[in-house]
Design a protein around this ligand. Sequence first.
Ligand SMILES: Cc1ncc(COP(=O)(O)O)c(C=O)c1O
Length: 396
Amino acid sequence: MSTTSAPIDVDRARAETRGCEGMAHLNHAGSSLMPIPVADALIGWQREEEFRGGYETVDRYQDKLENFYDATARLLNCGRDEVAFIENATRAWDMAFYALDLGPGDRILTTESEYGSNMIAYLHRAKHTGCEVAIVPNDSHGQIDVAALDRMVDERVKLISISHVPTGGGLVNPAAAVGKVARRHGVPYLLDACQSAGQIPLDVREIGCDFLSATGRKYLRGPRGTGFLYVRGDWIERLDPPLLDQHAAELINEREYVMRGDARRFENWECHFAGKAALGVAIDYALGWGVEAIRDRVQPLAQTLRDRLATVDGVEVLDEGAEKCGIVTFRKAGEEADAIKRRLKAHRINVSVSGDSGARVGYDRRGIGTAVRASVHYITLEREIDDLVRALGTAG
Ligand SMILES: Cc1ncc(COP(=O)(O)O)c(C=O)c1O
């Protein structure tokens, strides 16, 4: 939960971001730019390791590692014992998903815009356990049809699992409405918040999810190789993680071990300690601005970009959803997304391309091959949006 909602001081935010001068970084959904306190925490930790030793650095700065749990608990409105540090969103998600008991005939309900790695995991488990995956149709806004979801839940359904913000578009799925359905039917609910964390307020009690995964490097502006998993307290003891080590469990004798009682049973012992400390700083930094304030700056900026793009000849904006976020996807007649990305790069504008297996299900259903993904954050300037639109309008 955010601590303030005063409007963002963009000048200060940019002054605290060394990377933002000299290029228009419109790839925050790929990997954002770390602010100075985050980069300094990361590099400072690694300097300590260089001069002091890795174990000694952990001993000395244990409080900075513990801060990660407190910061994440504030971000999500959960308990610090409900949080695990994991190296990325995919593995965080996997640790919950692969711990769930699924058998022949059990059903997983997901969305048309589900992330590719998650789809692969559903199919993987379907192959090995005989469970089934069913895709809930979209409503007229292109987001999950919550009424259809409600109708599809029956005694076979053992999991509802959705991406809050899909990889290939600005759509925000109605996570809390899905949570109400899950609660009403008593079905576990896994939310992939990889692309919403840091740009949309996340309150796990309000959303009603049982598990939530996210990454550090995107809208939270943390380092690469960082992520986390939230597991609701009353689930922790009931879940048997797919992998255990001697941090997640303790070996009692040659025949027995006991698992930890908190969400750290989903963690590894060896991890990116510098990243863990720096992710705590990044989350505190985001909370310092306030996630509501971030959303209130990001959403109108992204809408400005969509509106401006729609005026460029041959450009089609592809974002769906009743609520949209900082991610803007589009294609241009006669020019491939990869070529556009390269051309914008020559203008010092960073964007990415969507359409590989990450967005496969939704894009195939909509007849989209690839799309350009431009993603704004609160440090984005309207001037940078103008630059992108101008560069796009010039002959390809
Ligand atoms: C919706 C969604 N979920 C999960 C992921 C995976 O995140 P990570 O690369 O941190 O594993 C992504 C990455 O783009 C994503 O867009």
